[in-house]
Write a protein that binds this ligand. Structure first.
Ligand SMILES: NC(=O)c1ccc[n+]([C@@H]2O[C@H](COP(=O)([O-])OP(=O)(O)OC[C@H]3O[C@@H](n4cnc5c(N)ncnc54)[C@H](OP(=O)(O)O)[C@@H]3O)[C@@H](O)[C@H]2O)c1
Length: 243
């Protein structure tokens, strides 16, 4: 199988790349900083391909697909995403635009170009990583991150409806907390206090199982789904207090 993962130089994307490499798949790993990919991985798996890519750069994406997606492209996973500790981090104009370009329009670029290729094959599978934050309804003072992850869910639904007649599946992955290096860094090196947090290995197991089953939406863990459902019942002013 030929698997392209956008946003796989670290964290969840890198862990997913390792899973598919271990299975023997041909995996293309994309990101802005390829030096983050461990040397031992590059030595162990000769079928690993690496491409420097900023997801906002559509032209480079075209070139990567021309190079890698031959003769087929089976699976595309978009894990690239920007997030911050919104209690500590005030977004300025530049970072606001960056988050929109990465989490929303960048994802759309990848889906659009990969779908173009998959439509010629009449097969394939697109996957995007949203977040349970994207299930949270809008309220005064809500985070941009939540809104972008809600957009990820909407984009997945739109592409799923459009591509279903052509045997192309679309999966939206909606995780709660995953104990990645990025999350730990945002939490002074220890994210274990986050509710219902899962390890990267647990997350990869659930995601790859859902992908194999060509599920439309995977929300996990169920406790976070329940928590968000409760939060969505609260009045807006109370939600705003817990920002
Ligand atoms: N960890 C969690 O608790 C959690 C929970 C829910 C959802 N998620 C979502 O899961 C995804 C992965 O999160 P993570 O914790 O694994 O974070 P991470 O380690 O920061 O992973 C993000 C990846 O995206 C890449 N990336 C960022 N901006 C990019 C750009 N402009 N172009 C191309 N690649 C870009 C980064 O690589 P470069 O810096 O090399 O470009 C990195 O490989 C994100 O979408 C996040 O929103 C995470």
């Amino acid at each position: 199988m030929k698997v392209l993962i956008v946003g796989a130089t670290s964290g969840l994307g890198l862990a997913l790349a390792q899973h598919y490499l271990q299975k023997g798949d041909e995996v293309a790993v994309c990101g802005r900083d390829l030096k983050r990919i461990p040397q031992e991985l590059q030595k162990r798996y000769t079928q690993l391909r690496m491409y420097r890519l900023d997801i906002a750069d559509k032209q480079t994406l075209v070139e990567i697909l021309e190079d890698f997606a031959n003769p087929v492209l089976d699976l595309v996973i978009v894990t690239a995403g920007l997030y911050f500790n919104t209690r500590k981090h005030q977004l300025d104009e530049a970072m606001t635009l960056r988050m929109l370009q990465t989490n929303v329009s960048g994802l759309n670029h990848v889906f659009e170009l990969a779908a173009k290729k998959m439509l010629t094959q009449k097969s394939g599978h697109l996957v995007a990583i949203s977040s349970v934050a994207g299930l949270l309804r809008d309220y005064p003072g809500a985070s941009l991150y939540s809104a972008t992850k809600r957009s990820v869910l909407n984009l997945c639904e739109t592409y799923r409806i459009a591509l279903k007649p052509f045997s192309i599946a679309v999966t939206a992955v909606v995780p709660g907390y995953i104990d990645t290096e990025k999350l730990r860094t945002l939490n002074n090196g220890d994210a274990s206090q986050k509710p219902f947090i899962l390890s990267e290995t647990q997350a990869v197991h659930r995601i790859t199982k859902a992908v194999a089953q060509r599920k439309a939406v995977l929300i996990f863990p169920w406790q976070m789904r329940g928590l968000i459902a409760v939060l969505n019942c609260l009045p807006s002013w109370l939600l705003a207090l817990h920002k």
